[in-house]
Design a protein around this ligand. Structure first.
Ligand code: ATP
Ligand code: MG
Length: 335
């Protein structure tokens, strides 16, 4: 349903007038993955590894420097996300919805819940008129575990968990096919996290949703996801079915993330030594691997051309060690 291929995104740091050369933050450095129809794909990695940048590029908040993003809706129609006409753009905006981390800041405190739920919907090609929209808003409220009578209230009347339900309800109003959940439970306490995760699992079935579920917490991602991609410094380190990854994490960075889950302590000295390198905070202005800078000079290009660009190892070239289980050679030990 979603196909991200060889995505690169770097940010130009405001260089001073006397600065001799431009400086960049290398946020995403050749990321590829797919999300299947009604699949939950978990993207996990530490703060600053490029998860939000990847997600924002998918919803066109950023233009990719290199790479392509394709979305195929359930009817079979395919969109090349970054080259769309105006009407297709409006259509696509209804198909992919983004739920943000901080419900307090993403909900306008002056609006009623009904106004919040219908604000974006009103200007979409799917707007059915105020009467029908009210009925839909009532139904969606019940679907996310709130009450239809809550529609007259304002965000301040709700707890953090309830506000996150409102954010999810807003996303569901246009009946999207892909939901991008970016750290949606990170601001909530653990017991509420579980409720929201279970809600998302139920809504996935009821609304036939695909999900890109982003979090820095591997325990949360392992719980909800069908398949998981592990990111580090803008690169994909490992990808596998959630169960396979939990049972057999192969890349040292993945093992490092598992070791950070409080209940799991890694006794193995070899694992501890191998993962020590991930304890330092990396400098994002230093590319994690050798990047052929000439790829940024041309406009976004398809992935096929990438390896011919230079002698460097393509960042997304992972090794398939078992069916569907991919491991990066970067930051790993010789096999
Ligand atoms: N608009 C921007 N301008 C400049 N640098 C940016 C911008 N957005 C992100 N960055 C930088 O790009 C890198 C990746 O950031 P990103 O927000 O994608 O990480 P993340 O994985 O979502 O982290 P977190 O878990 O903290 O949300 C970071 O070094 C960040 O400082
Ligand atoms: Mg983020």
């Amino acid at each position: 349903m979603l196909m991200v291929r060889n995505l690169y995104k770097r940010f130009n740091l405001e260089a001073g007038f006397f600065a001799r050369e431009e400086r960049y933050v290398y946020a995403v450095n050749g990321v590829s993955f797919t999300v299947g129809d009604q699949e939950i794909y978990g993207l996990v990695g530490e703060s600053g590894c490029g998860k939000t940048t990847t997600a924002r590029t998918i919803v066109q908040m950023y233009t990719p420097d290199v790479g392509s993003i394709h979305f195929t809706e359930q009817s079979g129609k395919t969109y090349n996300v970054h080259s769309l006409g105006r009407s297709e753009l409006a259509e696509l905006r209804g198909k992919i919805k983004y739920v943000f981390q901080d419900p307090a800041r993403s909900l306008n405190p002056r609006m009623t819940i009904l106004e919040i739920l219908t604000a974006g919907y009103r200007y979409s090609p799917y707007w059915p008129g105020p009467k029908q929209a009210l009925e839909e808003a009532k139904a969606v409220m019940v679907d996310v575990g709130l009450q239809a009578s809550d529609l007259d209230r304002r965000p301040a009347d709700f707890s953090g968990g309830q506000r996150q339900r409102i954010s999810i309800a807003r996303a569901l109003m246009v009946k999207p096919e892909l939901l991008i959940c970016d750290e949606v439970v990170s601001a909530l306490d653990v017991s509420i996290q579980g409720q929201i995760l279970n809600l998302l699992l139920r809504l996935k079935d009821e609304y036939k949703l695909s999900m890109l579920f982003i979090a820095h917490d591997l325990a949360v991602v392992s719980y909800i996801s069908d398949r998981i991609g592990v990111m580090y410094r803008g690169l994909m380190m490992e990808e596998a079915q959630a169960r396979e990854l939990t049972a057999r994490p192969l890349h040292p960075y993945t093992r490092h993330l598992y070791a950070a889950i409080p209940q799991i302590t890694v006794q193995d000295e070899a694992v501890r030594t191998a993962t020590r390198r991930f304890r330092e905070v990396p400098d994002p202005t230093r590319p994690p691997v050798n990047i052929d800078e000439s790829i940024f000079e041309r406009s976004p290009r398809p992935a096929e051309e990438r390896t011919s660009a230079g002698g460097t190892v393509a960042a997304s070239d992972m090794l398939e060690v078992a069916p569907g289980h991919l491991v990066s050679p970067h930051f790993a030990d010789p096999v």
